[in-house]
Design a protein around this ligand. Structure first.
Ligand code: HEC
Length: 448
């Protein structure tokens, strides 16, 4: 390539990087969210960054091979790929700035990653400029650029996955050797884990996490909560009144320091109470029983609900046999074996007929949810369904069922959701269903 063309291209490269440098200096990401289009484009950054990474590594491979085989062709390819890598690095840096500036990012990790990215674009361009000039200088610059790339990628990875992502499952001896410590885990049955952290997860972590630590504060783990933010500790054990975190959540909602910020849903009275009690009791992970007395019970503890059905596991063989012979699926609703089964027919709705429903009699009591849309079931099949005594959800949309069949369903005491979209059910029957005490949702789109 003639020297003049080279210089010209270099000039274009510099012209593409320089304005970005100015933006980084004068308009760094401040945590604000703005400019829809910028956010849209910015979100391509995590995708785009893979190009410069892969291409730069390819340059190293090509140069290595060229050296080993003394091949002029390979060396030329390396120069070309380096050019591509530089273009990709500049493009990614721009997308990165758009993402950070418009998408609500701030903090030192973001800044480091950003400066890394721009420097990498500049370094790639410099390598390209040096290519074909002094080999030794070029080689040194290329290696330094690769190092910079690895560091920058690592910062970016920490941004998206958290700073312990790579080391979290490092084998223990290796970790000891590297001196790394796994962040100590809080006992999941402790008061903090059961009652306090869920509040932060629900209302605060959105802005106070590894990527977006507004006010330099993270609230995604006990350690981070206790470490505090830009103004130091936010929890003073034993003294809710002196604790910045408690002060912020109890201010008047129109105060500029009020948390959660930006009009996000405020803490409920019960939630502030839990935080107050926890801080007053010393803000340790486990707190004394006596401190908890008088707190409203946690919704999680209340959530222990009675079994919906018998345990399905003893009938597993029968269930599998029915699945194969009828072409339906009988899927557990949750990990809890007494939450019942879902009857699914979507993979072959036309195979499911009144006869199939009759054959499900041995497991009738286990079915809580029956998805029968677009199947060939008719009014006759509803007699079989009427024996599904634990049935709560039933979808009959797009079937031939009419009012005569639907009347059978009145016997289902627990039925709470019934979808009759596109069936020929009459409005009088609909009114009867509506009056049924257990019924919560009745779907009647495109019916009479
Ligand atoms: C919509 C984003 C957002 C949410 C949600 C949010 N915060 Fe904040 N928070 C911020 C910002 C921005 C700052 C820094 C500005 C400031 O100090 O007011 C901050 C600062 C703080 C600080 C001060 C840190 C220090 O050292 O100065 C505390 C404490 C805090 N938040 C607690 C909370 C708690 C508790 C919640 C959940 C109930 C929460 N925040 C939810 C955005 C948010």
């Amino acid at each position: 390539m003639p020297l003049r063309v080279r210089a010209w291209i270099l000039g274009v490269g510099i012209a593409a990087i320089f304005p970005l440098l100015i933006l980084l200096l004068y308009s760094p990401p401040d945590g604000g969210q703005r400019a829809e289009l910028a956010q849209f484009l910015g979100r391509f950054h995590p995708l785009a960054v893979h190009f410069p990474v892969a291409l730069l590594l390819l340059v190293l491979v090509l140069e290595g091979a060229a050296l080993a085989r003394q091949s002029w062709d390979l060396r030329q390819s390396a120069g070309f790929v380096l050019g591509l890598a530089t273009v990709a690095a500049i493009g990614s840096a721009w997308l990165g700035w758009l993402l950070a500036w418009s998408g609500g990012y701030e903090g030192s990790l973001v800044s480091r990653h950003m400066w890394g990215g721009v420097s990498l674009a500049a370094a790639s361009l410099a390598c390209w400029g040096l290519y074909g000039w002094k080999r030794s200088v070029y080689a040194a610059a290329l290696l330094a650029t690769a190092g910079l790339m690895i560091w920058t990628s690592d910062q970016g990875g920490k941004l998206t996955h958290g700073d312990t992502f790579l080391t979290e499952h490092l084998p223990r001896p290796l970790r000891r050797w590297l001196g790394g410590q796994r962040p100590s885990e809080v006992d999941p049955s402790s008061f903090y884990a059961m009652r306090v952290q869920p509040i932060f997860e629900d209302k605060c972590v959105l802005c106070h996490n590894a990527g977006k630590f507004k006010g330099k504060l993270r609230l995604d783990s006990y350690e981070h909560v206790m470490r505090g933010g830009k103004d130091g500790l936010v929890i003073h054990p034993g003294e809710p009144g002196k604790s910045e975190l408690f002060r912020r959540v109890t201010l008047a909602p129109d105060n500029k320091d009020f948390m959660p910020a930006e009009g996000k849903a405020a803490l409920s009275g019960a939630e502030t109470k839990i935080i107050e009690v926890w801080i007053a009791a010393g803000a340790t992970t486990h707190i004394a029983e006596t401190a908890i007395q008088g707190l409203p019970p946690s919704s999680r503890e209340n959530a222990v609900s009675p079994p919906l059905t018998a345990d399905y596991r003893p009938q597993l063989k029968e269930i599998t046999a029915l699945e194969t012979s009828l072409g339906v699926r009988l899927v557990p609703r949750s990990q809890n074996p007494t939450d019942g089964l879902i009857l699914r027919t979507v993979s072959a709705p036309e195979r499911c007929t009144d006869a199939s429903l009759a054959q499900l009699a041995p497991v009738a009591n286990l079915i809580v949810d029956a998805e029968l849309a677009r199947t060939r079931v008719t009014d006759k099949g509803m007699q079989a369904i009427a024996n599904f005594s634990n049935l709560r959800f039933l979808d009959l949309s797009n079937t031939a069922v009419t009012s005569a069949g639907v009347k059978e369903l009145m016997k289902l005491e627990k039925l709470e959701s019934l979808n009759l979209t596109q069936t020929r059910v009459a409005h009088t029957t609909a009114a009867e269903l509506q009056a049924k005490p257990s019924m919560k949702r009745l779907y009647l789109f495109e019916t009479h």
